[in-house]
Design a protein around this ligand. Sequence first.
Ligand SMILES: Cc1ncc(COP(=O)(O)O)c(C=O)c1O
Length: 335
Amino acid sequence: MLYEEIVDALKEIFQTRNDLFVLSGSGTCAMEAAIGNLLRKDTPVVCIANGKFGDRLVEIGNRYSDNVTAVSFEWGTPIDLEEVEEAIEEKQPQVVTMVHNETSTGMLNPAQVVGTLAHKHNALLVLDCITSIGGYDVPVDSWGVDIAIVGSQKCLGAPPGLSAISVSERAWELMLDNGDSRVRIPYYMDLLAYRESFNKRQTPYTPALPLFFALHEALEVIREEGMTKRVERHRQLADTIRNAATTMGLTLFPVLDEVSEYSNTVTAINVPPGLDDALLRARMRERGIMIAGGQGKLKGKIIRIATMGNITEDEVSRTILALEDALRGRIDKGE
Ligand SMILES: Cc1ncc(COP(=O)(O)O)c(C=O)c1O
C-alpha cells in the first residue's frame, strides 16, 4: 500500500519507531503542525534561533503561545549552549525548538546535545530536519527528538509540496494533556486526526496523490543508494565545494565552534566586497547552473550552493567551473 510503504521507508530514514505521517504541504506546514499541535496559549517554549528558519519557528510559536522565549544568536554564528541551558533553567519550557541544518546560513547545529539538554529539563525537542534528513545520519530516537520534520524537495530528492513529521509518545502525551483546548489547534494539520486515519492507512483529508507517487519513487532511489553512501556523497560534494571556494580566494560564511559544523547539504559563501551577487548568479544561470542568494538580511551578502538530494560529482564540477568563470567575468557593481 502506497502510504504505508512511504511511512515505513521514512521511518527507516528517520531511524524512528515513533508515529510518522506525511502532510500535503511544504516544510513550513510540518513546522506549524508541530508547534500548533503542541502549544497552547500559555505553554512555555524556548526557541533557539541562529538563522532565518530558527526565526520562523519563533514566529510560528508566537502565533500559538504567549510564553515563547527566543534564544537568538547572530545568523551564521554558533548557538551558545550555556546560554541555552540558562534559558531552559529559568523558563522551564515544555518544548524546545531548533533547526538542525540552518539552510539560510549553511550551518549544522548540535542536535544531539540539545536533545540531551531538553530532556534533562523535562522538555520536548522539536527539531526542524527539513534539510538534514536524507543527507545526514539523523537518528531521531537515539537523539531524543520528539518531533522531527523533513521536506520532500530537499535531501529526499522528491518534488516540493510534501513534508513528513514524526511524533514521540511524550509529544502525544503533551498534546493529550492539552485535551480540551483543541479548539485552537490547526484543523487541517491536526495530528490526532492523522493518527486516527493512519489506522486505516489513510490521511484524514485528500492527499496530494501525484506527489505521494513521486515521493515513493524518491524513497526507492534512496533505498537503492543506501543511506551510508548517500550521507558520504553529501559530505564529499560539500567538501569539494568548500575546498574549491577557498582555493578561489572566497571565504565561507558560517563561524564555527567545537559543536557546530559547516553544512554538508548547503554551502554558504561570502560575496567578496564590490561584487554583485545577482549578476554573478545570472552569469551562472546562463550556463545552466542555478545557485541561491542570501535570504532576508543576508541578501546580497552570501551565495548558497546546495548539494542536497541526488546531486552528482559532475554537477558539482560544472558548478565550480561556472562559479570560476562568473567570478573572472569582472562582475563589479561599479563598472
Ligand atoms: C531549514 C528549513 N526549514 C524550513 C523550511 C521551509 O520549508 P518550505 O519552504 O518547504 O515550506 C526550509 C526551506 O528552505 C528550510 O531550509
